[in-house]
Design a protein around this ligand. Structure first.
Ligand code: FES
Ligand code: FES
Length: 152
């Protein structure tokens, strides 16, 4: 076992993890943050996307030990004082989800995109989110939600 310390959604956690433990399972099973979903386990779907030191990463592609010392943000960390984050609100208003399984990953990828590029073009949005898969929506309303969150 290895001891790690991470800050997740502003709270510091110290934990013992197996060296082979994937970060997504550490978040879900050890910290109980089950908003981050597992769709494929093989870095294809983006359902497990979180922010690591502000950058979006697929948390099934990292080991928990690789996050030692990092600041992580998961979907649970976005809403403040009972108010949805603007990206969450935009997904809600633009009907950008159906089953919702992919949604935490899309929202986190969008937060990262807009931090880097506050006014992305439609092409830039589609390109940026191509690592996230959705089986339900056909993507159009997701793109609209990102545009709405960007105020465009
Ligand atoms: S579960 Fe991580 S990319 Fe699919
Ligand atoms: S809303 Fe169902 S997979 Fe995207």
């Amino acid at each position: 076992m290895r001891r790690i310390a991470v800050t997740v959604n502003g709270t510091r956690h110290e934990a013992e993890v197996e060296p082979r433990q994937l970060l997504v399972y550490f978040l879900r099973e050890q910290l109980g943050l089950t908003g981050t979903n597992v769709g494929c386990d093989t870095s294809s779907c983006g359902a497990c996307t979180i922010l690591l030191n502000g950058e979006s990463v697929k948390s099934c592609t990292l080991l928990a030990v690789q996050a030692d010392g990092a600041e992580l943000t998961t979907i649970e960390g976005l809403a403040k004082d009972g108010a949805l984050h603007p990206v969450q609100q935009a997904f809600h208003e633009q009907h950008a989800l159906q089953c919702g399984y992919c949604t935490p990953g899309f929202v986190m990828a969008t937060v990262s995109l807009l931090a880097e590029n506050p006014k992305p073009s439609e092409e830039e949005i589609r390109h940026s989110l191509e690592g996230n898969l959705c089986r339900c929506t056909g993507y159009h309303n997701i793109v609209r939600a990102v545009q709405a969150a960007a105020g465009s």
